[in-house]
Design a protein around this ligand. Structure first.
Ligand code: KG4
Ligand code: ZN
Length: 333
C-alpha cells in the first residue's frame, strides 16, 4: 500500500511517500528558514504564502524521488493540526484535491501523533508501553503510551515549549534563526556548569514543565552582566542554558519512570535533535539501564514520513476522514 503524506503545519513544506507504512520511498522537506530569518521567527502570513508557492514542486519532487506515478497511490494523509491555520490549510487542501481527483482515501493526521510514533519508521522500534516525550517548537508534553490509540497525558509545559525557549534565548543572545540549532552549535565549545540558571518546577512533585522563567533568567543575566561579558562567554552561557533545559526535561522523565514503572522511553520532536540531550539520554540508557529510543534527526524535525505513517495506520484501521475535515490550529492529542 503506497501512502502519500503531506506536512505543512509550520515553516516546513514536506511531502513523503511510504510503502506499507514502513519503507520510506521519498522524503522531501522544503525549509522556509530563509523566508523567516530576517524576522527572527516564523511570520504566519509569509509561511502560508510560501507553502502555496512550494507545495506543487515539493509534491512533484517526492513523486519523482520515489519513481512513482499518481496511479500508484493508495491513500493520502495530511496534517490537520495543531499548527498555523493558513499553513495547515495549504497541505490539507492539496491532500483533499489529490484524494478527490484520484478517488483514493484521505486521512487527516494530528501532527503530534506523527511525532510520537515517528520512531516506528526505524529499527529497533519500541514495544508498548513507553513514556513518550514530545519536545518541539510548539509543544513539550509527556505521555504514557500503551498503544497507537491509547495514551495518558502525564505532564506538559505550563508556558513556553522547550524549542520556543531555545529560539527565544537565541534571539536574546543575538544568535541566528533557527535558534535551537545555533545554541546547540555554540554550546559545544562551552562549559555547561559555568553559570547557574534555574530548573523551574523541579521541587514540586509535578510532571509539568515550565521554561518561561528560565528565559527571563537569561534575560536578567544579560542585563546584569552586560553584552560584552556575555559575548565573550557566549559558549559557556549557551551551554549552561542548554544544560538547564536538558536537566528539566530529564528530571521529569526520570520522575515519570519512577512513578509509572515504565522503563522504556521515546523522545521526539525538533528539540530531540539537540546533541546534549541525545548524549545525556544515551548516558541514561547506559548507566540506568533504561531503554531509550530517539529517532534520527530527519525524523525528529517536521517531516511528512511521520504523517504518511500515521495516515497508513488510520486507513488500515478503517478510519477515513471526510473531505469536509477542517484544519484546527489548537488540535489536542
Ligand atoms: O518539531 P519541530 O521541527 O517543529 C515543531 O513542531 O515545532 O521543532 C522545531 C523546534 C524549534 O524550536 C527548533 O529550535 C528546535 O526544534 N530544534 C532544536 C534543535 N534542532 C531543532 N533545539 C535544540 N537543539 C537542536 N539541535
Ligand atoms: Zn513538529
Amino acid at each position: 500500500m503506497r501512502m502519500m503524506g503531506i506536512e505543512s503545519s509550520c515553516d516546513d513544506c514536506a511531502v513523503a511517500l511510504l510503502e506499507d507504512g514502513r519503507e520510506i520511498l521519498s522524503h522531501v522537506v522544503y525549509s522556509q528558514v530563509l523566508t523567516h530569518r530576517p524576522y527572527g521567527g516564523v511570520v504566519p502570513e509569509l509561511a502560508s504564502r510560501d507553502h502555496l508557492n512550494k507545495i506543487i514542486p515539493v509534491l512533484e519532487q517526492a513523486m519523482q524521488d520515489a519513481r512513482s506515478s499518481w496511479d500508484d497511490l493508495d491513500g493520502v494523509a495530511a496534517t490537520c493540526g495543531p499548527g498555523l491555520i493558513g499553513s495547515l490549510l495549504v497541505g490539507l487542501s492539496a491532500a483533499k484535491a489529490i484524494s478527490f481527483a484520484l478517488d483514493i482515501p484521505f486521512c487527516g493526521v494530528n501532527h503530534l501523533e506523527g511525532h510520537l510514533f515517528a520512531v516506528f519508521l526505524e529499527e529497533p522500534a519500541p514495544a508498548f508501553p513507553f513514556l513518550g516525550l514530545i519536545v518541539s517548537g510548539g509543544h513539550t508534553s509527556l505521555y504514557h503510551v500503551n498503544g497507537f490509540d491509547q495514551r495518558t497525558l502525564l505532564g506538559q509545559t505550563r508556558d513556553d515549549a522547550a524549542g520556543e525557549a531555545f529560539d527565544k534565548v537565541a534571539k536574546l543572545l543575538g544568535l541566528g534563526y533557527p535558534g535551537g540549532v545555533e545554541i546547540d552549535r555554540t554550546a559545544r565549545q562551552g562549559n555547561p556548569e559555568a553559570f547557574s540558571f534555574p530548573r523551574p518546577l523541579s521541587a514540586p512533585e509535578t510532571l509539568d514543565f515550565s521554561f518561561s522563567g528560565l528565559k527571563t533568567s537569561v534575560r536578567n543575566f544579560l542585563q546584569q552582566q552586560g553584552e560584552a561579558f556575555v559575548l565573550e562567554h557566549l559558549a559557556d552561557v549557551t551551554a549552561s542554558f542548554q544544560e538547564a533545559v536538558v536537566d528539566s526535561l530529564l528530571l521529569k522523565l526520570n520522575r515519570a519512570v519512577l512513578r509509572t514503572g515504565t522503563r522504556r522511553v521515546v523522545v521526539c520532536g525538533g528539540v530531540a535533535c539537540n546533541s546534549r540531550l541525545r548524549a545525556r539520554l544515551r548516558r541514561m540508557a547506559d548507566e540506568d539501564g533504561l531503554e531509550v529510543f530517539v529517532p534520527s534527526p530527519a525524523l525528529c524535525t517536521d517531516n511528512a514520513s511521520m504523517i504518511a505513517a500515521a495516515g497508513y495506520r488510520s486507513l488500515c484501521a478503517g478510519q477515513v476522514s471526510p473531505l469536509s475535515l477542517n484544519a484546527q490550529a489548537n488540535l489536542l492529542l
